[in-house]
Design a protein around this ligand. Structure first.
Ligand SMILES: CC1=C(/C=C/C(C)=C/C=C/C(C)=C/C=C/C=C(C)/C=C/C=C(C)/C=C/C2=C(C)CCCC2(C)C)C(C)(C)CCC1
Length: 293
């Protein structure tokens, strides 16, 4: 029987072919001024995209038997998110660099977590490529997005360098995967296919479109499969912990504080990623706490 990850790989590949096909037919995905469609991308990322991280609530709920410990864990999680947001708005450059560094580790480990035996070098190479991919094809667009996010004029040479780093890691990933003795031939085949089609998509779609597609349909869905959403109760947890993020981003950050969509998307993702990545450590520390919370 096909595993859930394999079914997801088929689904992702079919969806990608479909997207490649319509991006050739229709110019709507190639429009230079993304501002007109940014509201829709904002909504997709801040609802569907963010929902995989809301599964952290299920992990917290199942890890701790006592209500008091669950409450403390949620409180620490939310506090870290707010500290992350403060960091971003105090120093967007540090925030952006932190987001990119965390993504390099997080994307590799999460997207390839079904290949538990795969070497770290393969996972990190995947993570680096998924973090920086659009820079190869849309160097100037990525520069203008990064400039807008970091509120500065970053030297174009930085992007030329990032472009070469990304190309080097694409080659590195393919060589390491080819030489690897642990991953089965079938897994290698599907992974290569998935990797190459994601690169083709990045060459066709503008950076934020590509990111939305990868983030929601590869990274997000794969993470949900790995966590294993088993019941209606799990789904309700996902909705209950996704909606506050969507509402907070829209009503407070956009409507009230007038922050633009692009800044909200990446600042909120960066802040959530810190808690999301620190969750295993936080759980271990709380479980080991001498006060038996
Ligand atoms: C549980 C809980 C909760 C929830 C949570 C959540 C919901 C989470 C999520 C999480 C998540 C959801 C995460 C995410 C992550 C993401 C990432 C990591 C991203 C990255 C990105 C990037 C890397 C990008 C890049 C770029 C740019 C920036 C521009 C353009 C171009 C490009 C694409 C290159 C709350 C708070 C309510 C409460 C408490 C508890």
């Amino acid at each position: 029987m096909l595993s859930k990850v394999r079914i997801h790989q088929f689904f992702y590949l079919i969806l990608s072919f479909f997207l490649i096909f319509i991006s050739q037919q229709n110019s709507f995905l190639n429009i230079t001024d993304i501002n007109s469609s940014l509201a829709i991308l904002f909504l997709i990322i801040m609802s569907f995209g963010v929902s995989h991280g809301a599964a952290d609530s299920i992990i917290i709920w199942k890890t701790f038997p006592k209500f008091k410990t669950k409450a403390i864990a949620f409180l620490i999680y939310v506090s870290i998110v707010f500290l992350g947001l403060i960091l971003w708005f105090q120093s967007p450059v540090i925030g952006l660099v932190l987001l990119l560094l965390m993504s390099m580790y997080h994307f590799g480990h999460s997207d390839l977590s079904h290949l538990s035996q795969a070497p770290q070098s393969i996972k990190i190479s995947w993570g680096i490529v998924m973090t920086l991919l659009p820079v190869i094809f849309f160097e100037k667009d990525v520069k203008s997005i990064f400039d807008a996010l970091a509120n500065s004029d970053i030297n174009l040479q930085v992007f030329v360098m990032l472009k070469f780093i990304t190309i080097a890691f694409i080659v590195n990933f393919l060589i390491l995967l080819y030489l690897d003795k642990v991953i089965t031939k079938k897994d290698k085949f599907f992974l290569t296919f998935e990797f190459l089609i994601t690169i083709i998509l990045a060459s066709l779609l503008k950076p934020v479109y590509w990111f939305t597609f990868y983030f929601c349909f590869l990274h997000g869905l794969r993470a949900l499969i790995n966590i294993g959403i088993k019941s209606l109760r799990d789904l309700m947890f996902l909705a209950a912990f996704t909606l506050p993020v969507t509402f907070f981003s829209y009503f407070l950050l956009f409507e009230h504080l007038h922050i633009n969509y692009l800044n909200i998307i990446f600042s909120v993702l960066m802040a959530l990623t810190i808690s999301h990545m620190l969750l295993p450590l936080m759980n271990r520390l709380l479980l080991r706490s001498p006060n038996k919370l």
